[in-house]
Write a protein that binds this ligand. Sequence first.
Ligand code: HSE
Length: 437
Amino acid sequence: MKAINVGLCGVGTVGGGTATVLKRNGNEIARRAGRPIVITMAANRDLDRARELVGDDVLLTDNAMDVVNNPDIDIVVELIGGTTVAKDLVLAAIANGKHVVTANKKLIAEYGNEIFALAQEKGVMVAFEAAVAGGIPVIKALREGLTANQIEWVAGIINGTSNFILTEMRDKGSAFADVLAEAQRLGYAEADPTFDIEGHDAAHKLTIMSAIAFGIPVQFDKAYLEGISKLDAADIKYAAELGYRIKLLGMTRRRPNGIELRVSPTLIPAGRLIANVDGVMNAVLVKGDAVGATMYYGPGAGAEPTASSVIADLVDITRLHTADPEHRVPHLAFQPSQIANLPILPIDEVETCYYLRLTAKDLPGVLADVTGILAEGQISVDAMLQKPAAAAGGTAEIIIVTHIAIEKNINIAIAKIENLASTHGKVVKLRLEHLNG
Ligand code: HSE
């Protein structure tokens, strides 16, 4: 049967991995797809590098629009990244009636609504498994495998760089800045690590999963982001004493009045499977009303793991490209006419448990003042720990874990606690999720 012709735009780590795996497993993939899938054209700024990675029998160009405008190309694979050239070429490919596979989380999280609308109009598929959690087929699971369920929440450790740093901070008791410097030296963290450590990358992935889980538009601009750069090693240690681990957690939860969509350093009970996902590995935990909790674990980056997802999308498109567009799997799992208008809740409206750490004078009545303020805000205490502060002078660190509370009430209580004559400095606030199945 006639081969499917693939045009690769961007030949770097993932593009090279895609070419390698398609060649190595070509026969097996063709047995599954029903026809061969072949990269016939590739675009890259560095043509010599591209030649090395894709081999001699691929037509090369340094202009991605040549791929998009080539009438022989059936599927365009966008691996350029960013939202400038990549967005133009994806929209142009769709306008030309080509199917698209992309690993670009930023593009889908920020411009997915526009891209899917054009794809629907043109009757083509845009597939993006590789955009979320690298090699883990979590888009497929959410969109198809869990389709019977009302999804209640999705929680993910979806940034390998941050997870590596947090794992090292916990294992070695080191400060954030020292571990980051070591991670950069070893090549595990980018020279400019902002996107990874401040939660942008995780929020892009979470935004996409949230849209698919709840049938809402992608709304990255409404996601709440808090990274790990201000996390103190002391809180990792105190969390461990209380039976928790701190992870950069993406959390999206359906509530009666809207959707929570947030990324922040979060305490998780140490015994949960997801709390033990360490190093650069990723995991996504999904709670459905019928199935309960299911977890998806694996490599969130890397040449061949990400290529595994890119090629899975190529196979899906190969199988479905002759199907009536209405009979394909919708981009966001729900039929486009059924996408809901549920609002993303502001962070003040989030309801979860909290970890608070404050420094106070070690005098009679201080604890009573603090717990009195919490009681006024309807905040119930679950656990408490008191430690002599590192600096001498009659001060103590008080660590409080609360039951579920509304974030705005916690913030009001924190402001009052910081105003007490008996406390010093700022109160540290971290969210805590029990992630009960
Ligand atoms: N930079 C990401 C991470 C991988 O550290 O997990 C690609 O999204």
